[in-house]
Design a protein around this ligand. Structure first.
Ligand SMILES: *Cc1c(COP(=O)(O)O)cnc(C)c1O
Length: 440
């Protein structure tokens, strides 16, 4: 019996790999790693502990682990132009929790993006102030923070500077956090940091989604626009293993707070194998990131334009749709002929086109919920790492049209999707290109 379970799990992994090799992966928060990165993430590091800071560990046996972590810190500082990097957070949420520990007092006050407009659940309060509903966001539930939302301009899909400034002055938070999960355009960090500093608030930036774009010199540069700290995930636009990181430009006092928030407060082991994979991916992005991330953004703009030409409604046409890896589609209006976000997500999945449904900022007002919202969020980071270019975005838009507008049975489109996907089975923008959907 037990051996059968082993076979079963291995078989399910194999089936997953086969499924993805026939698929078009468009989840905006996902990406794919190189062989060199994957090899590092299965090494003996995954069995080890290295609590503390390199050179000052509370475990023995860390000689080589320490060297890898120091290289990772150094490369992260160079890539993101920071003077300090803590590469121990095991994910973006853990990085945010360490940030809250370093920059707020328990039950203190924080401001962030509204969740329905694209803020992340780790920024959210326990109870939503507008509706009184329990949403159990990380900031409110784990740190007890009283979270007030910055003001959002739905037409511009960005923060409203004047209204947000008013709210910061009235609420006087300890921390203002920029960044979000729906992230089409750079946030006005410079303008609002100045206001935050007037009321003595710390300023930080959650670049989980856009970290790769920032490192490669696109999008914005939060540490030079007023953010004192920058948290990130290493596996969204940055194509590394699942992990997190916190960057600052000092001072030492802040760095010491971040370090002690990570250990001993937040972490015991810190997934050393992924620190190694992170370091390798940093080396790859320092070499290939400029071209890779430039293409990611070009593809996102091309995908939005092709979808608009095919009859869909990508947000923010008046601003060129996007300045990031994301495209947000408004699928309202299709409810009578096809369905909403969840219906479309399911239909596309049957053709192995993988997307995620997403709330539009005005969904709540129009009585749509997350279970079947009015939006879809698409991302081009992974398909770009697999080698797709602008012309391929037209092919993808055509698949969307056939399934959703022409209402062809997705099962009949799946073979065409698989045939198209055959051309994109190699992980690029790394030193040794290899097959994508296999162990390593
Ligand atoms: C994805 C995301 C996170 C969390 O990322 P994990 O690495 O999965 O913990 C944090 N903040 C934002 C804005 C995100 O989009």
């Amino acid at each position: 019996m037990s051996k059968q379970i082993v076979d079963k799990i291995n078989n399910l992994i194999k089936q997953h790999h086969e499924f993805f090799s026939r698929a078009i992966p468009l989840i905006a928060s996902e990406n794919i790693t190189s062989k060199a990165c994957r090899m590092a993430t299965i090494c003996d590091f995954q069995h080890r502990y290295a609590e503390g800071w390199p050179g000052k560990r509370v475990y023995a046996g860390c000689e080589y682990l320490d060297q890898v972590e120091l290289i990772c810190q150094d490369l992260a500082q160079k890539y993101w132009r920071a003077s300090f990097a803590d590469v121990r957070p095991i994910s973006g949420v853990v990085a945010n929790l360490a940030l809250y520990t370093a920059m707020t007092t328990p039950k203190g006050k924080m401001m962030a993006m509204p969740i329905p407009s694209g803020g992340h659940i780790s920024h959210a309060p326990k109870i939503a102030k507008q509706t009184g509903k329990e949403i159990n966001g990380t900031a409110g539930t784990v740190r007890g923070l009283d979270v007030e939302y910055l003001a959002f301009d739905q037409k511009e899909m960005n923060l409203n500077i004047d209204e947000s400034a008013k709210r910061i002055r009235a609420f006087k938070p300890e921390l203002v956090l920029f960044g979000g999960s729906v992230f089409l355009f750079p946030h006005p960090v410079k303008e609002l940091s100045a206001v935050a500093k007037e009321v003595g608030a710390h300023v930080a930036y959650d670049g989980a989604h856009v970290a790769g774009l920032i490192g490669s010199g696109y999008f914005q540069d939060p540490l030079r626009e007023g953010a004192e700290a920058f948290t990130l995930s290493t596996h969204k636009t940055f194509p590394g293993p699942q992990h997190g990181c916190i960057l600052t430009n000092g001072p030492d006092e802040l760095n010491e707070k971040v370090k002690s928030a990570c250990f001993p407060s937040m972490l015991s082991n810190h997934h050393l194998h992924n620190v190694a994979g992170f370091a390798i991916t940093l080396a790859e992005m320092m070499e290939f990131g400029k071209v890779y991330h430039g293409q990611v953004i070009k593809n996102a703009k091309a995908l939005a334009a092709a979808l608009a030409a095919a009859g869909f409604k990508p947000l923010c046409e008046h601003k060129g749709y996007t300045a990031s890896h994301q495209v947000v589609l408004d699928v309202t209006g299709l409810e009578k002929t096809f369905g909403l976000g969840a219906d479309i997500e399911k239909a596309l999945e049957k053709a192995a086109i993988i997307v995620n449904r997403n709330l539009l900022p005005w969904d709540a007002k129009e009585k749509r919920e997350y279970t079947n919202p009015g939006g879809l969020r698409l991302g081009t980071s992974e398909v770009t790492r697999l080698g797709m270019k602008e012309s391929d975005m037209k092919v993808i838009a055509d698949f969307f049209k056939k399934i959703i507008i022409d209402k062809k049975d997705p099962k009949t489109i799946a073979p065409d999707v698989a045939e198209f996907a055959k051309n994109f089975q190699t992980v690029k923008f790394c030193f040794e290109e290899t097959k994508a959907f296999q162990w390593y």
